[in-house]
Design a protein around this ligand. Structure first.
Ligand SMILES: [Mn+2]
Length: 309
């Protein structure tokens, strides 16, 4: 097997230069600069969102295409999508080790991390094992480590006991996330009870979001839990104590636009104050400014006034 040559950068011009030297960029999106694309156009974020996901195309259409010259330029977090794409393009495992139900799940979870319950299927649990690996840092070593984990997983070198442990750990995270919900408001700012069976409920998106009585959930929580919280309300206001920062989110762009008009949450940032900002579906308080936990309640009430549906 030819040695992998991986180069990591956070700089757009550097990524372009390496691309021109023959390194294939994988998910190399650089904010307002856009994406750096190579021979296989391996990005599907931002301006490239019309394209299919990178692991899906790499596994299905281009397996082994770079096996003789596995040279890649990467940036950001070594997530399952990018890492699986690299493993497939360079044929680091036997093709039979990457069945369609696995790469299709990696793809579905990458584009919509809140809609799929990974604990519900065996392939989902395997992906959850990968996602829970520590050390998936934003640098070359992080990518190399992640590629090693992916190879172990695909080659069946991760025991069932370890996968079961992931199951338990994620159930504990979900419980913690549900316990972190401090209030749920309806459209008239009336506080609703927090249901105990969040994960048994559907994600409140699209028609369900517009028709639901719960409008906004406020959470103070140390763990990531949007997959739980969006089942309780279509708008989530969350407080991160460590950063002293407020985050506002909606489950997807369509839902955000139905609730707040074209542009989704982009409509609300100016009303929340100077420095608030983000994307259509997620954003928050000004970078570098520390807020106290009480700011979440005010933010939720301000958002209730801005709801259009
Ligand atoms: Mn991706």
């Amino acid at each position: 097997m030819t040695d992998l040559d991986i180069r990591y950068t956070n700089d757009y011009d550097t990524a372009c230069r390496w691309r021109d030297e023959g390194y294939e960029p994988v998910e190399c999106a650089f904010g307002q600069h856009g994406s750096v694309l190579g021979r296989f156009a391996l990005d599907h974020h931002g301006t490239e969102s019309h394209r299919e996901g990178v692991a899906l195309r790499a596994c299905r259409d281009h397996f082994g295409a770079l096996a003789d010259a596995p040279r890649f330029v990467v940036t950001g977090t070594p997530d399952a999508d990018a890492v699986l794409a690299i493993v497939a393009l360079s044929a680091r495992v036997d093709q039979s080790r990457i069945p369609p139900d696995f790469y299709e799940l990696v793809d579905a979870h990458d584009t919509d991390p809140i809609g799929k319950d990974l604990l519900a299927t065996p392939q989902g649990l395997r992906l959850a094992w990968f996602n829970q690996r520590p050390g998936l840092y934003q640098n070359e070593a992080g990518f190399r480590q992640a590629i090693g984990h992916m190879e172990d997983l695909l080659n069946g070198r991760v025991s069932q006991a370890k996968i079961d442990k992931v199951h338990r750990a994620d159930l504990a995270r979900r419980n913690k996330a549900a316990e972190g919900v401090t209030a749920i408001y309806d459209g008239r700012s009336i506080e609703l009870d927090v249901p105990a069976d969040a994960m048994a409920r559907p994600v409140l998106r699209g028609d369900l979001a517009v028709g639901s009585r719960p409008r906004i959930a406020v959470v103070h929580c140390a763990v990531w839990g949007f997959d739980v919280w969006y089942r309780l309300a279509p708008v989530v206001v969350s407080y991160a104590s460590r950063m002293a920062k407020v985050t506002v989110g909606c489950p997807d762009r369509d839902t955000a636009e139905r609730l707040f008009g074209p542009g989704g949450l982009a409509n609300v940032w100016p009303s929340l104050g100077k420095g608030w900002g983000g994307r259509e579906t997620i954003g928050g308080s000004p970078r570098g400014e520390r807020l106290n936990a009480g700011a979440t309640g005010q933010t939720a009430l301000a958002l209730l006034d801005l709801l259009k549906a």
